[in-house]
Design a protein around this ligand. Structure first.
Ligand code: PLP
Length: 373
């Protein structure tokens, strides 16, 4: 059987990782400024993480959600403390798209409405409702086409207000910082007004923190820069440092109803052990603070480099937009300088390293980047 060929692949096989480095099967070392697409939070093969999941799988990897799983409760408590959302509830699923899918459903169950407002250049996943609120029409199959979605330009509060005042919207979904859209940071004023309009019109505000959350922005959640509290927050990627798990943090305004949401694999024992280890490490190693510090250094230094049109971002979620297509620079970075980076469109390179990136590694990256410009 062949693999279904839907991804263009680099001719590199990564077989090992350590901290912010990965190694291919020929033993070449790479600096990982991509984090496997913003997934690696505490670093590759962190010993605490390896120990936690090894011990858990040797004991019990999975059992059904029809019985008590106290690891889920421990995770909810720890995540509540780490994020500042102790009064919210946690529902665990398996992928970013699934978390958003459930968030849109929960909002719609809550207020009985079925329209969603989303933003231009947004990305929220590939499943039915998640892909329909994504502003990339080629990802939407006819079977996904049912949901009624309006896309508004980021920061255009007047259009948002005019739409929401119609009273037909169930929810607004917005990324803390747009990732695939090219690291677009909404303004604080816009986010505060959005919060206010959602409250006034009883529209559920869903913050997709799947890429921008879990410390990546230099705060636990990117929306905490704007001083607002969403009604639902979705998390994935960094939550388990690579083990597939995701979740929703749900405001106390929602009443849980048996049967409305469910999952076979979500919140399984192995995933919870991984997520607990991640929060332990993030706390002990001050990784949110590290992301803020190293990210601020990178942002400042990148702005001094000639040949980059614009630098955007917060913490270790950085976009470098170029006048010219980035293919050549990115290829040089990978094959000559041995640095993994991400992309957004044709002109923006995305930096999404593990949150443990050191100042020395950041400087090393800057040196290697300069050689490619
Ligand atoms: C902001 C955002 N939301 C949702 C998703 C979808 O996550 P997943 O691929 O785990 O379904 C992604 C993935 O890149 C993302 O960046």
């Amino acid at each position: 059987m062949n693999l279904f060929d839907v991804y263009p692949l680099f001719p590199i096989e990564i077989v090992q990782g350590k901290g912010c480095n990965v190694y291919d099967k020929d033993g070449n070392e790479y600096l990982d400024l991509y984090g496997g697409h913003a997934v690696i939070s505490v670093g590759h093969a962190h010993p605490t993480y390896v120990k936690a999941i090894s011990e858990q799988v040797a004991k019990l990897g999975f059992y059904s959600n029809s019985v008590i799983n106290s690891l889920q409760q421990q995770l909810a408590e720890k995540l509540g403390k780490a994020s500042g959302y102790e009064d919210y509830s946690l529902f665990l699923v398996n992928s970013g798209a699934e978390a958003n899918e459930n968030a849109l459903k929960l909002a719609s169950f809550h207020n009985g409405k079925n329209k969603v407002l989303s933003f231009k250049q947004s990305f929220h996943g590939r499943t039915s409702a998640a892909v329909k609120v994504t502003d990339i029409p080629k990802y939407v199959a006819p079977v996904n086409d049912g949901l009624d979605v309006t896309f508004v330009a980021l920061n255009d509060i007047e259009t948002v207000r005019a739409e929401l005042q119609k009273g037909t919207y169930s929810s607004v979904i917005i990324e803390g910082i747009q990732g695939i859209g090219g690291i677009q940071v909404p303004t604080t004023e816009f986010m505060q007004q959005l919060r206010q309009v959602c409250t006034e019109t009883k529209t559920v505000l869903i913050l997709d923190e799947i890429q921008s959350g879990y410390g990546r922005s230099g705060k636990f959640f990117a929306h905490q820069y704007y001083g607002i509290k969403p009604d639902i927050i979705t998390v994935a990627k960094g939550i388990c440092n690579g083990f597939p798990m995701s979740g929703m943090l749900i405001s106390p305004m929602f009443t849980p109803v048996y049967g409305q949401l469910g999952t076979t694999f979500g919140g399984n024992h192995l995933g919870c052990a991984a997520a607990l280890a991640v929060l332990d490490i993030m706390g002990k190693e001050n990784l949110v603070e590290n992301a803020a510090k190293v990210g601020a250094f990178l942002l400042e230094e990148l702005k001094k480099i000639d040949g980059i049109k614009e630098i955007r971002g917060n913490g270790l979620m950085i976009g470098m937009e170029f006048e010219q297509p980035i293919k050549e620079i990115r290829t040089k970075l990978l094959f000559e300088q041995k640095v993994f980076t991400g992309v957004a469109g044709t002109h923006t390179i995305r930096l999404l390293p593990p949150l443990c990136l050191s100042m020395e590694q950041a400087q090393d990256f800057l040196n290697r980047l300069k050689k490619c410009l």
